[in-house]
Design a protein around this ligand. Structure first.
Ligand code: ADP
Ligand code: ZN
Ligand code: MG
Length: 422
């Protein structure tokens, strides 16, 4: 493998546990809104269920399950006949019930995959499982970081937001590969319409990293399971961006290399990524699964999902759409890539291309529109109500009523009806 970043006799091995908030109107087990109100006060978007008050019962949100099934289809996962919920028991102040409702031995998705590109080559990352769970509340450490805070405030407005935890196989061989994966995952989730990358905290990553002795790694990069279990690994928490993942892992790989170089042992532990300082800090020895005393949630019946996979449709996904754009509109790889960067962009391009010459449509949407939006740090969705004006401009150029240069410079200001540039 070309991207192995290893000390002389070790191979970097990384597996991710990615938590994404699913876009639903209401929380996963109650009717509270998932949408923060403007300037909302702490602990106001709550009810007895998401506050964990005695006697309050959960009711599963069908929309969250539908979103999870869409994800399952997109990653080509197995969706079981029946899926169930479990209690994961632990004490932490962001968790008012002292357990998190999650899934255990019958997750909604198992054994999926996602293809990424590493140095231009396609590469398949295995997805062990993806399950539904509730987001805990959020903690605010007063007076600084988790280590130096004098006290901590808790806000349960976020508690009960639907989360999907996506667990990958230990298939990454460098920090850069995890970044490519997270970008791809976000792109797919955005196409599915189940995820808002712009929402604060909508993506959170735990990254497991170890350095496996190279003698256990085959020529084709496969590692036998015993070697993966035998080596100690660190689980780095508190990563909230693609870039953060790459930086935290780069730091952690170097730290482990230095520990080994000094002849010491890597500990099996949970570490915290301190983004401001750019370091990972040891938190605690890693908890084992048995510590959580998982047991079935008696207040939620098993859910039959066997036929949901057929019932729920998903849109054409980015890779397929990219390929089709190249075939159907004769675009080069770069243009096809730009024009499928989000579903909204791809949909708009296809609208324009259905009316005008595809080359003209590609130039105007990829170069002029996206270039301008990029310059202004805006998304196409920010100018949704102005896209008609943009189409009108292309119409004038196509009809030779407006010279291209004038259209590019002046935009619709030059138009008879006097619009403003999009
Ligand atoms: P645990 O139950 O201890 O959390 P899991 O088997 O659930 O362990 O794996 C959690 C994550 O750790 C997965 O993303 C997996 O790919 C990753 N992982 C497993 N073994 C290794 C390893 N040797 N190095 C790095 N990551 C690993
Ligand atoms: Zn609630
Ligand atoms: Mg685990």
């Amino acid at each position: 493998m070309s991207t192995q970043a290893a000390t002389a006799d070790r191979t970097v091995v990384i597996g991710l546990e990615v938590h994404v908030q699913l876009e639903t109107d209401t929380k996963i087990f109650c009717g509270c809104s998932t949408e923060p109100a403007e300037d909302e006060a702490p602990n106001t978007r709550t009810c007895p269920t998401c506050l964990g008050l005695p006697g309050a019962l959960p009711v599963l949100n069908e929309g969250a399950v539908e979103a999870a099934v869409k994800v399952g289809k997109a990653i080509d996962a197995d969706i079981p006949e029946t899926t169930t919920f479990h209690r994961k028991n632990y004490y932490y102040p962001d968790l008012p019930k002292n357990f998190q409702l999650t899934q255990y031995d019958a997750p909604i998705c198992a054994d999926g995959e996602l293809e990424i590109r590493v140095d231009g080559d396609p590469r398949t990352v295995g997805i062990t499982r993806a399950h539904l769970e509730e987001d805990p509340g959020s903690l605010q450490h007063a007076g600084g970081s988790i280590e130096s805070a004098t006290h901590t405030l808790v806000n349960y407005n976020r508690a009960g937001t639907p989360l999907m935890e996506i667990v990958t196989e230990p298939d990454f061989r460098s920090p850069a590969e995890t970044r490519a994966f997270l970008a791809k995952l976000e792109e797919v989730l955005e196409y599915l319409g189940v995820f808002d990358p712009g929402r604060d905290g909508s993506l959170r990553v735990d990254a497991n990293v170890s350095l496996v002795p190279a003698e256990h790694v085959d020529g084709d990069g496969t590692i036998d399971g015993d070697a993966l279990d035998d080596v100690n690994r660190a689980e780095v928490k508190n990563i909230s961006s693609h870039r953060g993942a790459e930086q935290a892992l780069a730091y952690e790989v170097t730290r482990q290399e230095n520990v080994l170089r000094r002849g010491r042992e890597i500990e099996q532990e949970t570490r915290h990524w301190d983004e401001d300082r750019g370091v990972t800090v040891g938190m605690r020895s890693k908890e084992a699964e048995k510590d959580y005393r998982y047991f079935r949630e008696g207040d939620l019946p098993a859910l039959e999902v066997a036929d949901w996979k057929d019932r729920i449709a998903i849109p054409e996904l980015p890779d397929a759409r990219r390929e089709r754009f190249r075939d159907e509109y004769g675009l080069d790889r770069e243009a096809a890539s730009k024009l499928t960067s989000t579903k909204a962009v791809a949909d708009f391009f296809e609208d324009v291309a259905s009316e005008f010459d595809p080359d003209l449509a590609a130039t105007w949407v990829a170069d002029n529109l996206l270039g301008e939006l990029n310059y202004r740090e805006m998304e196409i969705t920010d100018v949704e109500d102005r896209l008609d004006e943009f189409t009108r401009l292309i119409e004038l150029v196509a009809a030779d009523e407006l010279p291209t240069q004038k259209a590019e410079e002046g935009g619709p200001r030059e138009l008879p009806h006097g619009g403003e540039p999009p």
